[in-house]
Design a protein around this ligand. Structure first.
Ligand code: ZN
Ligand code: ZN
Length: 268
């Protein structure tokens, strides 16, 4: 098993110490484990949502990375990195951090659309599903031009708090824009994340199967599993479902990153 997306208390929304996550990953016998704390520079710009969140203590996280690698590096295949919240105005801030520090893996995620956090129900007020999902997907497409990253985080995240009766994002409803996203992902040799922090979506993990199948059909091979755990007990949640889904869609390996280099681990 692997888990490529987790958070420790360096993230504003986690209270778990990094060592506890790693101990749990070791006890599960993971072949690869990543902690990817939030770098949410996007929240600084015309942002409606969480309010004044504590920014990532970058220097503190870097010192912690060094310490954790020394302590656990020979017991587990450990990767340490960031989940960057994408927005156009924050690119210059992200670039400074990425140029300065050596991370193993970078996840690029869309949490905000039009500078508004899509985790909050107010975002959906008086908006129709098709219109708002299209807007979200256009932002995901825009995010593919971000400065530097390896993995495209949780495509379909908008489903989690969407108020619609049928909230599943369907390939057929947005085929043109989804095809553009998938083709660009393949062209840039990036990796799509199968995210199992799926409460509220009605799925065990996402993006949904029809989108994954289309990605594979277009020639996409790079896919990775991430639980997005903010607590040790959630590491690898729904892994078996994600594994079966990935195999069903024709994927053969998880694409992981260490020192920003691709590592392929057979899905089993
Ligand atoms: Zn995220
Ligand atoms: Zn996350």
């Amino acid at each position: 098993m692997i888990d490529s997306h987790t958070h420790s208390l360096f993230s504003h929304d986690s209270f778990e110490i990094s060592a506890k996550l790693i101990e749990q990953a070791i006890s599960l016998g993971l072949d690869y484990f990543a902690i990817t704390n939030h770098l949410d520079n996007d929240c600084r710009y015309n942002y409606i949502g969480l309010g004044n969140i504590e920014p990532l203590d970058v220097n503190g996280w870097i010192s912690e990375i060094k310490r954790l690698k020394e302590e656990y590096g020979n017991r587990i295949n450990l990767a340490l990195g960031l989940e960057i919240g994408f927005d156009i105005p924050s690119q210059k801030d992200d670039e400074k951090v990425l140029k300065k520090y050596p991370f193993d893996v970078i996840i690029n995620s869309v949490h905000n659309v039009s500078s508004t956090d899509i985790y909050y129900p107010s975002f959906f007020k008086d908006k129709e599903k098709n219109e708002i999902y299209t807007k979200y997907l256009l932002t995901v497409k825009e995010s593919l031009s971000a400065y530097d990253y390896d993995i495209i985080g949780h495509i379909g995240y908008i489903m989690r708090k969407a108020p619609y009766k049928d909230k599943i994002m369907k390939y057929k409803d947005h085929s043109d824009i989804i095809d553009e996203i998938l083709a660009l992902t393949i062209k840039k040799n990036k990796t799509i994340e199968l995210n199992s922090h799926s409460e509220g979506t009605g799925l065990f993990c996402f993006p949904p199967e029809d989108i994954l199948k289309r990605y594979r059909q277009l020639g996409g091979e790079n896919i990775v599993f991430g639980s997005d755990a903010h607590r040790a007990k959630d590491i690898c949640r729904n892994y078996e479902y994600a594994k079966e889904l990935a195999l069903n869609c024709g994927f053969e390996y998880w694409t992981c990153y260490k020192g920003r280099k691709i590592m392929k681990i057979g899905i089993r």
